[in-house]
Design a protein around this ligand. Structure first.
Ligand SMILES: Cc1cc2nc3c(=O)[nH]c(=O)nc-3n(C[C@H](O)[C@H](O)[C@H](O)COP(=O)(O)O)c2cc1C
Length: 158
């Protein structure tokens, strides 16, 4: 099973730390969208897509990359992950819109993961930010466990 993680982490490196924990479990490289041609994903069985949340949405560079992907034929597996300052609203998961877009492209979305991250966006900047030490060791362990589960479910080692 060959995996790759496409990650945009521009604010504090929060999502990158989560991506690195997942990458360890999946033996996968972590790349920025601009490091890949959309067609390159054809060489992978499992693709992770993740970023921080910015005004309620995943980062535009990640969304743009997914929009540019050709249809995934034969269907490939994908997962979506995010870090955010605030807890995810249960009625509108942060990862859902990108997961739906991936499904429309022909991906089988096999999981989603979110964690809190250090957030200094206004108005939180005024109080020195929130979640200063997150993602923390527990978040990274949870990300690793999530990816290990995906690895088992989607075919094990290459
Ligand atoms: C301009 C801006 C907008 C943000 N908007 C949100 C938001 O709508 N909801 C939220 O929970 N966190 C929001 N955040 C916090 C980020 O999602 C959080 O810090 C995330 O972990 C950043 O990930 P990164 O360090 O990988 O870029 C925002 C941060 C910035 C800088």
């Amino acid at each position: 099973m060959k995996a790759v993680i496409v990650c945009v982490s521009v604010s504090h490196g929060n999502t990158r730390r989560i991506a690195d924990a997942m990458a360890q479990a999946l033996a996968a490289p972590v790349v920025e969208p601009e490091e890949l041609e959309p067609a390159d994903l054809a060489g992978y069985d499992l693709v992770g897509f993740g970023s921080g949340v910015f005004t309620g949405r995943l980062h535009p560079r990640l969304r743009h990359f997914v929009r540019s992907l050709p249809p995934a034929r034969p269907a490939r597996r994908a997962f979506v992950f995010a870090t955010s300052g605030l807890p995810e609203p249960g009625f509108r998961p942060f990862t859902r819109p990108l997961a739906h877009r991936l499904e429309r492209k022909g991906f089988e979305v096999v999981g989603g993961f979110t964690a809190r991250g250090h957030d200094t966006w206004l108005p939180f900047r005024l109080v020195g930010g929130i979640n200063e030490h997150r993602p923390d060791a527990r978040d990274l362990a949870a990300a690793h466990t999530f990816a290990t589960g995906l690895h088992r479910r989607t075919g094990g080692a290459s």
